[in-house]
Write a protein that binds this ligand. Sequence first.
Ligand SMILES: Nc1nc2c(ncn2[C@@H]2O[C@H](COP(=O)(O)OP(=O)(O)OP(=O)(O)O)[C@@H](O)[C@H]2O)c(=O)[nH]1
Length: 366
Amino acid sequence: MTSVVSSDPTPNLEDQKQNLPVTIITGFLGSGKTTLLNHILTNQQGIKTAVLVNEFGEIGIDNELIISTDQDMVELNNGCICCTINNDLVEAIYKVLERQDSIDYLVVETTGLADPLPVALTFLGTELRDLTRLDSIVTVVDCENFSLDLFNSEAAYSQITYGDVILLNKVDLVDEGDVDALEVRIRDMKQGARIIRTNRAQVPLPLILSVGLFESDKYYQTESKSDRDHHDHHDHDHDHHDCGHDHSHDHDHHHHSHHLENDGFTSVSFQSDKPFAIKKFQNFLDHHLPETVFRAKGILWFDESPHRHIFHLSGKRFSLDDSEWQSQPKNQLVLIGQNLDHDKLLSQIQKCLCLPSTNRGKGFGK
Ligand SMILES: Nc1nc2c(ncn2[C@@H]2O[C@H](COP(=O)(O)OP(=O)(O)OP(=O)(O)O)[C@@H](O)[C@H]2O)c(=O)[nH]1
């Protein structure tokens, strides 16, 4: 196996060579996890990296956004990774392991709403422990939007407390003083983490991969303590830690979506093989998008444009980038937020579709 520079070689290097190193990328919705993944895939020279991507929402947008490589990619597409811990995730990992001859590194990107703890436990608590080596949990933080009070999400808290490396990302969007204040706050929540400031998740890879920062002994203790704490401190409706911690029974998806509703986040997915009218969609964004939509992403097709438009919204900021269609144009849009009126949103998005006789022939943006 080719190995990346290791800043701190540990004594059991021999074991490490045999086990597939794994890095878990976590971080809240829109913080830059896919951006980091793309950075890794583009720059991991000479290392064959497999990625497992899981996203919240019925439509897999991320697989459209990940720079395609000739390496293995298995996408789990049925909800939050912490729910699929006992079936799909393990299955996907085995698929990668079966090809171990050609895979040097595994990166798992969790959904923005996942607690990384159950994902990490998958690697430690099952027979995977002997086949993989959990190298580190990397947490991406959106410096512009980070606020645990705003998210009101336990998963957001866990993402910080279980991060071995914490990337303070999107530093380009905030004043340095604000990043300083955020760093103090995060150091307070998680002592001993390696904190790195990044723009577009551009981090030297030796600082985050093959770093051997994950300490499983400490982790096991933390896990059982945190498990107790969670059950002591939170109301009984919020039972999502059961989802990841008890490996002995099957999960049902109702149970899981219940936990997401407790965090208040749901997703609305829209697909159509018809184009949007640009002005209608703009009107939707300007006047009808509720503030409670925290994250949106889409591959958009506008009647007025020959391009494939990649749409992102995180917090209040949105972007629309051009690319080229490699396949039949279509619209795919996922909105994620708290307390969403699904039917209303879907009907509003539906109304953005171009009616057959209108808008034809007008240029983009006119
Ligand atoms: N200005 C700026 N934008 C960034 C930076 N990093 C990522 N973005 C943008 O933020 C948006 C969200 O980035 P993603 O990488 O898709 O975020 P994510 O964490 O994978 O999102 P989810 O999977 O939906 O949780 C995209 O529009 C990115 O281009 C950064 O450092 N600065």
